[in-house]
Design a protein around this ligand. Structure first.
Ligand SMILES: Cc1ncc(COP(=O)(O)O)c(C=O)c1O
Length: 499
């Protein structure tokens, strides 16, 4: 079998285009003898028939076990150096009340970064003391609501927020614990990290301004300073970037100790996962041990006690837990001219890329369009011995960039009506979903021990039209039922105003 010359360099021609790579699929995924993919014991064909497609299917035990793995890894590594570790699940990756409850059950805290995410966590009855509230531009109403709810920490992203949070805390008669987000000048992406004096991005306060900002925080009786925070990027495979950020922050942390208590250091999230079988992921336990070693050495060199450590992974916990199921609608062979640089081994000047179009696309997974992210795909309703063909899994939206899987091999007899399954879609897919072309957002189904239950229902046309004031019998009626609180003028209703 020869590889298709249009295939990217990292994509190997598969020995078996039906195989489910263990690193990419949820821990409880399998293919039965009859060829059907099962997710936590639930056959994909039955899930699609019962709940429709596209469908996000979350393996509950997979998500829970990864949450536990991260907690165990960090607690183990940092207890061994005489410290403690807390893990915040980054809700921005994928948050629903059910997922919030799983994370709390696993012993994690939750990182939120908007009033909406706060509302979900509170609706899930998460103890507000377990919430860390992020955001580079929290509104006054969001700050007020977070303080009033009693969130465990607010991460201050700029100096102007110090006064805003202090005033809200005073209003509510509280002493609000806060962290200060630092722009460490370390930026990591996947296999590389850059350490510069200044990183050109919107988050945080430069290291050089940290001491002055902390002095301002400490001058506010309604604030309690917890420590510094840094988040250096996402989908990072190596520990070097985290280690460099930890070293930089600890030097400032040591200076701050001369002015008072600094109980913790938060190193953010960003641990990478495998989206394709070419991705080689560093085990979370190795990252935790590497970081503990670096933190212990740096603290010893600075002559300071090791602070409590916190991390905030989202993707590494929820990313691999989820598979998106789609129904294939059309299959097209497109003859593509080969770029001159591509060595074909033959005189051919074109090659065929099979465009396989599904019933979702960039509205349920925008990451390929947004970040040129790579994913993989398998047929879920059957296996096949047909020779593998290079495919591109496209969506149904009116954009040529509407691609879910840029390149993978599927059995060449793939046809309309087949079910496609795209693994590793738990992080930043549902949470970044849109209604482009008026597609309703798909349902989310949790699977466990062969049983499936809807944890977020599919959006209906009534949902889509419900805010359209000109839609007869829908938008207008909803408004008249709910009155002014529904925000008939398009602005938040009375229910959104701070008390
Ligand atoms: C402040 C902060 N913490 C944590 C995360 C989670 O990152 P990841 O899902 O890559 O672990 C992010 C992601 O953007 C973030 O901005």
């Amino acid at each position: 079998m020869t590889a298709n010359p249009l295939a990217p360099g990292w994509l190997r021609h598969p020995d078996d285009a039906n195989a489910l790579a263990a690193a990419v699929w949820p821990r409880n995924a399998a293919r039965t003898a009859s060829g059907v993919v099962t997710l936590a014991g639930a056959p994909a064909v039955e899930l699609a028939a019962q709940f429709g497609t596209p469908l996000y299917v979350v393996d509950e035990d997979d998500a829970l076990s990864r949450a536990t793995d991260v907690l165990t890894a960090f607690q183990g590594a940092f207890t061994a150096i005489g410290s403690t570790a807390h893990v915040y699940y980054a809700g921005k990756a994928f948050l629903s009340t059910e997922i919030a409850r799983w994370m709390v059950a696993a012993g994690l805290n939750i990182d939120i970064c908007s009033g909406g995410e706060l509302a979900v966590a509170l609706a899930a009855d998460v103890d507000p003391a377990r919430l860390g509230f992020h955001g580079n531009n929290k509104s006054l109403a969001e700050i007020d609501r977070g303080v009033a709810a009693g969130v465990g920490a607010i991460v201050l992203d700029s100096v102007v927020e110090i006064g805003r949070v202090a005033a809200a805390a005073e209003r509510h008669g509280r002493v609000q614990p806060v962290r200060l987000r630092i722009n460490s000048g370390v930026h990591a992406s996947t296999h590389e990290f850059l350490a510069t004096a200044h990183e050109d991005q919107k988050f945080g306060v430069p290291l050089t301004e940290a001491a002055a900002a902390v002095a301002l925080i400490r001058a506010q009786p309604s604030l309690r300073f917890l420590g510094l925070h840094s988040h250096i990027g996402s989908q990072i495979f190596e520990s070097d970037g985290f280690a460099e950020a930890a070293r930089r922050l600890l030097r400032v942390h040591a200076e701050l100790l001369t002015g008072g208590d600094v109980p913790e250091l938060n190193l953010g999230g960003g641990f990478g996962i495998a989206y394709t079988s070419a991705d080689e992921v560093t085990p979370i336990a190795t990252i935790a041990q590497d970081l503990a070693r670096v933190v212990a050495a740096e603290c010893a060199a600075l002559g300071i006690p090791v602070p409590g450590i916190a991390v905030e992974p989202g993707r590494a916990i929820i990313g691999p837990s989820t598979v998106t199921l789609y129904e294939i609608g059309t299959v097209k062979d497109v003859e593509v001219p080969l770029p001159e640089a591509v060595p074909t081994g033959s005189a051919a000047s074109t090659a065929v890329r099979k465009y396989v179009s599904v019933d979702g696309g960039m509205s349920d997974n925008i990451r390929a369009a947004l970040y040129q992210a790579d994913y993989s795909v398998r047929l879920a309703n059957r296996s096949s011995d047909a020779a593998a063909a290079l495919i591109r899994l496209a969506g149904k939206h009116c954009e040529s960039g509407d691609i879910v899987v840029r390149a993978d091999y599927l059995p060449g007899d793939v046809e309309p009506g087949d079910l496609a399954a795209v693994p590793a879609t738990g992080a930043y897919c549902w949470s970044l979903a849109s209604n482009y072309n008026y597609l309703g957002r798909p349902a989310v189904v949790a699977v466990k021990d062969g049983a499936a239950r809807v944890i977020v229902r599919r959006e209906t046309e009534a949902d889509l039209l419900g805010r359209d004031m000109g839609a007869p019998g829908l938008g207008a009626e909803v408004i008249s039922e709910l009155g002014r609180d529904a925000g008939a003028d398009g602005r938040p209703g009375r229910g959104d105003a701070p008390e």
